[in-house]
Write a protein that binds this ligand. Structure first.
Ligand code: SF4
Ligand code: SF4
Length: 158
């Protein structure tokens, strides 16, 4: 299972729109701007067939530039990576595997954005400095044999 992510954007939006605009009423630009660029959702995961519990690994989708923490072909991602889901407001409540730091999840749960979120800090680097992103941590799946992915399982919830 791969994941869904949006692309950080510099599109103009209403200041602090995330405090007043419900997820379902955001413009496309606002929705895209919510993504903090952490890249966590681009990590491979396992779902336990019995418990449904999802375990993240440090192995990332091959399209993720692990140094820049960016999708290298965002416009064509759903063609190139068919299981890269396009996140929509109606899906957020059902995607329990979204990281606990994910802005979409936090707002859905009624929580504020953290101070390291680029929308709050005004600096796209803040998510990396805070150690939230997978930049320079993830290992591209091109370097890992499929049988060895579970070796990179993350032992804590992200
Ligand atoms: S986990 Fe959420 S905030 Fe982070 S990259 Fe994915 S969609 Fe964006
Ligand atoms: S296609 Fe892009 S957005 Fe989708 S999981 Fe891969 S790197 Fe992430």
């Amino acid at each position: 299972m791969k994941a869904t992510r949006s692309a950080p954007t510099s599109g103009r939006t209403t200041p602090s729109f995330w405090k007043t605009t419900p997820l379902t009423q955001m413009t496309r630009a606002q929705w895209e701007a919510l993504c903090d660029g952490c890249g966590r959702c681009c990590l491979q995961k396992f779902r336990d067939a019995k418990t449904g519990k999802v375990t993240y690994t440090w192995v990332s989708c091959y399209l993720l530039d692990t140094c820049q923490c960016r999708c290298t072909d965002y416009g064509n991602r759903t063609t190139l990576v068919p299981d890269c889901l396009v996140l929509t407001p109606d899906q957020v409540p059902h995607l329990r595997w979204l990281p606990i730091t994910c802005a979409y999840r936090r707002l859905y749960e009624g929580k504020p954005l953290r101070d390291w979120h680029p929308l709050v800090s005004g600096d796209p680097e803040s998510v990396h400095r805070a150690g939230i992103s997978v930049r320079d941590k993830a290992i591209s799946e091109v370097h890992v044999h499929p049988d060895d992915v579970d070796f990179y399982a993350i032992g804590y919830r992200i």
